[in-house]
Design a protein around this ligand. Structure first.
Ligand code: ZN
Length: 868
């Protein structure tokens, strides 16, 4: 994102972050009101960073001669300006105030010399070690103290008379002014409030502030939009300095023309970003995302299936590997009702053959028929989309059918398929017969292996024929999505573009197919034009707000969504469809807003999660994280482990390596995946070499293998927020949902600790809702005891309680594991039983099962029950 960060600035950031964590600033309050709580760590780091950004900008505009000393001094003053708030008296006053037991503590008034000294003393040594330059900068610390105490006095009317003290230097004056502005900006709740702060200082009056804002945070699409807006403002000479989840603040020269957003350019740049992301994903991923479910919406994303011929090939490779596509022989009494009817039809045509031959014919036909259902579903998507955009769908339908018929006749050397019905899952048995009879006429049918190859070839070629029609007639989906996305821009607006977009939308509303007024998107409140299979929206671990009370997502439930929300979910599916695991979405939001330095810090954390095999346990392995926490490695969580370890078994590695090998078409010889290229015929062989340290995976393959193993994908395409998708689960088989919810809470706490940020589950995103801590606690009534044990306030894990919550949840999760291992008889809901059971009774139960239970079990119970 930004590379103009000097190594010194990077070093300084690390030193400051380390000090803040050692002094537990991530567990202390800086700002607090009814809507937002912000940690002292987040506040100090962001004010420091924003002050530096302001200085950089003034330097570039030649308003300030920016020396190395001034740069350091600004960053340090910003970082230390609220250090006095770490005092117990201030923190206690905040907690009393939040519990309605005391008056609101003054924001300043505790920034006296004496409050700062101890913090400065401990920072000084580290800074001087890392940045020897500082040792020669005489007086810099005194100047920092002067600037901070002046800032305090400014707010404190009683102390006005003291504010005539002369500044020790011009630098100190500049620091005072910049840090004050940064502090005010970083305390605003909304992006539009930031630009209304007054810029009446000597130097800052040379600047102006502006912003961009979107009306709804959707996920990946919103990141594209933020990035596109940012590049337009940057081109116009403004510099982004502060990022909210729904908007960005920029600074520029006072009086400079704030640009109107060029909508055509914006659409173009959003389309380009979307295509970049899609191009980077393999045809294999596109193909997987294209497929839905044979029994529901067969083709979930035709735009991905028809994207290119490579994804069509991958699609059929994938489909033909599904169980429904493989003949499975059954005995007559094992046939289901529908199968029996087809059997009657077919066997009537096979006089003189014995029963087992007839059953083989049936099995082969049923699997072929399933594949035809998929092909015809693709055709249906083509026709429906043509209808939606108002091109001659009748003609397209005829042409599509003709292409399928011709391809089948030519590839399989069978007579015309014109007698075939519309192939679909609900076809009655009699209608299947003409299809079977035509297929049997192929000279390839005799040999099942030949047949399979030829049949797949026909399916693939027919689909390519459909794709040609799609590309001719259906407008590019990325472009239409990007145009709609323009409506999300709340500021700055180009009035002409808005009118145009609203016009488009009205057409959609008027042409709405329901006739029951305009349906609303159950996600964002926009105009719903899609009736989506609820499965597409992830099988979340919790009940979903969008459906009638108590009904689970999945199982044929439908929800109304708008085009944007639908496409957003499809994008997720491109990255997250491996196996049948459910997927979940998480958002990482800054406490209020993010600054450039924290953004770099987040980027590092994202890279560590995504690429750093061994530096952090995979996030979904909550037991491993719980062990780390209990071992006391909690303080180093944000700094990663001292020694990388392997968190995967050889068997898991083997499976993932094999999968990547197959995707890459290397079946049978995986030697090209490793260095040195030892003989390796499969994943097992490679994994065994790896465990003995005989070779290493080449970097590219290493990434792919790791991606499969970690089962999550962080998106950080614009600085405003991180979107994290998981396609694995923390649940054990058949574990009750409320029990799993406890583990997800722990999972979110880990993320909150890693990013020093607020973490929200995808379902709880509500625009500009209150964020009163690190993450939410489930409101499920069964989990009341959990809420009590974690001291959660108003449904949140408050800032001071994060590490305590991490520790307690770790203890709980590990104690439950010990009990399950000992088979202590609580069954699948061990975790729930532990919530409010007397520790004594649990222990008795454990002893009954296993006299030699491990000592650590007691320490888990103690930690959970606060008896340390
Ligand atoms: Zn929507």
């Amino acid at each position: 994102m930004h590379s103009d960060c000097t190594p010194d600035a990077d070093d300084l950031l690390e030193v400051m972050k380390k000090l803040a964590e050692e002094r537990k600033w991530h567990l202390k309050y800086a700002k607090f009101n009814w809507r937002v709580h912000q940690s002292l760590l987040a506040h100090c780091l962001s004010v420091s960073s924003l002050s530096s950004s302001l200085l950089d900008c003034l330097g570039e505009l030649n308003y300030v001669q920016s020396t190395e000393k001034l740069r350091l001094q600004v960053a340090l003053t910003g970082f230390l300006h609220d250090a006095g708030k770490e005092s117990e008296s201030f923190q206690g006053a905040v907690e009393d105030f939040l519990a309605s037991k005391g008056a609101e503590p003054l924001d300043f008034g505790h920034q006296q010399d004496g409050d700062l000294r101890p913090v400065i003393e401990s920072l000084k040594k580290d800074v001087e070690d890392r940045l020897p330059l500082v040792r020669d900068l005489r007086g810099i610390w005194e100047e920092v103290i002067w600037s901070i105490s002046q800032m305090g006095r400014r707010e404190n009317a009683g102390a006005v008379s003291h504010s005539f003290e002369r500044a020790p230097s011009n630098d100190a004056l500049i620091c005072k002014e910049l840090v004050h502005l940064a502090d005010v900006m970083m305390s605003k709740l909304k992006v539009e409030d930031v630009v209304s702060v007054s810029l009446d200082g000597q130097i800052v009056s040379k600047l102006q502030l502006t912003y961009s804002k979107v009306s709804v945070v959707r996920g990946v699409l919103t990141q594209f939009l933020h990035a596109a807006l940012e590049s337009q403002l940057t081109d116009a000479g403004f510099r982004p300095v502060q990022w909210f989840p729904n908007g960005t603040v920029y600074i520029g020269r006072a009086g400079a023309q704030v640009p109107h957003i060029d909508s055509a350019k914006l659409v173009e740049s959003v389309v380009k970003k979307m295509q970049d992301v899609l191009d980077k994903s393999s045809p294999f991923q596109m193909a997987k995302a294209a497929y839905g479910d044979l029994r529901a919406q067969v083709i979930a994303a035709p735009e991905f299936l028809f994207a290119n011929n490579e994804s069509i090939r991958e699609f059929w490779k994938n489909i033909s590997g599904q169980r429904f596509a493989k003949p499975s022989s059954k005995k007559p009494d094992e046939l289901k009702e529908a199968e029996r009817k087809v059997y009657q039809q077919i066997s009537g045509q096979l006089d003189g053959k014995d029963e087992s031959t007839k059953l083989t014919y049936l099995a082969r036909f049923l699997s072929d028929f399933n594949l035809l259902i998929v092909l015809y579903a693709a055709r249906k998507q083509l026709v429906e989309n043509a209808e939606n955009v108002g091109v001659g769908s009748r003609a397209i339908e005829e042409e599509a059918t003709k292409r399928i018929q011709e391809t089948f006749a030519q590839v399989l050397r069978i007579p015309s398929t014109a007698t075939w019905p519309e192939v679909a899952l609900q076809n009655r048995a009699e209608k299947c017969l003409p299809v079977a009879k035509t297929l049997w006429l192929s000279p390839y049918y005799e040999n099942p292996a030949d047949w399979k190859r030829k049949f797949l070839e026909a399916l693939e070629k027919a689909t390519v024929g459909l794709a040609d029609l799609w590309r001719q007639h259906i407008p590019d989906r990325c472009t239409s999505v990007a145009r709609l996305l323009m409506l999300d821009v709340a500021y700055p607006l180009d009035p002409k573009a808005v009118m145009e977009a609203v016009g488009n939308l009205n057409t959609v509303i008027v042409e709405g197919k329901t006739g029951h007024g305009t349906p609303t998107c159950q996600r964002c409140g926009g105009v719903a034009v899609h009736e989506a299979q609820a499965e597409l929206f992830g099988k979340s671990e919790i009940y979903h707000d969008d459906l009638v009370a108590g009904s689970r997502r999945g199982g044929g439930n439908k929800i109304q969504v708008c085009e944007l929300c639908e496409f957003e979910e499809k994008l997720h599916a491109v990255f997250m469809t491996r196996g049948q695991e459910p997927f979940s979405t998480f958002y990482i939001f800054p406490h209020l807003a993010l600054s450039r330095n924290q953004q770099l810090d987040w980027q590092k954390t994202v890279d560590k999660i995504k690429l750093g095999p061994g530096w952090l346990p995979p996030l979904l392995r909550v037991h491993q994280w719980a062990e780390l926490v209990m071992e006391g490695n909690i303080t180093s969580l944000s700094l990663s482990l001292d020694r990388p370890g392997s968190f995967f078994s050889e068997k898991e590695l083997a499976r993932a390596i094999q999968e990547v090998g197959e995707e890459e078409g290397l079946e049978g010889d995986l030697s090209s995946m490793i260095d040195p290229p030892l003989d390796a015929k499969d994943g097992k062989a490679v994994a065994s070499y790896l465990s003995r340290g005989r070779c290493a995976l080449k970097e590219r393959f290493g990434r792919q293998v790791y991606k499969i193993l970690i089962r999550l994908e962080p998106f950080y395409l614009s600085p405003n927020f991180v979107l994290l998708l998981t396609n694995g689960t923390v649940a054990d088989r058949d574990e009750p949902e409320s029990s799993v919810a406890i583990k997800w809470t722990f999972f979110r706490c880990i993320l909150a600790r890693l990013f020093s940020a607020t973490v929200l589950g995808g379902d709880s995103i509500r625009e500009e809702g209150a964020t009163l801590g690190y993450t939410t606690v489930p409101s499920n009534i069964v989990l009341k005891p959990l809420t009590k044990k974690l001291n959660s306030a108003g449904g949140w894990i408050p800032i001071p309680n994060l590490e305590r919550a991490l520790k307690k949840l770790s203890a709980l999760i590990l104690a439950a594991r010990e009990l399950s291992n000992a088979d202590a008889g609580y069954g699948k809901s061990t975790l729930l039983h532990l919530l409010d059971e007397e520790p004594g009774r649990i222990l008795v139960r454990m002893t009954n099962r296993n006299r030699a239970y491990p000592k650590r079990f007691i320490s888990y119970l103690d930690a959970w029950n606060d008896r340390e």
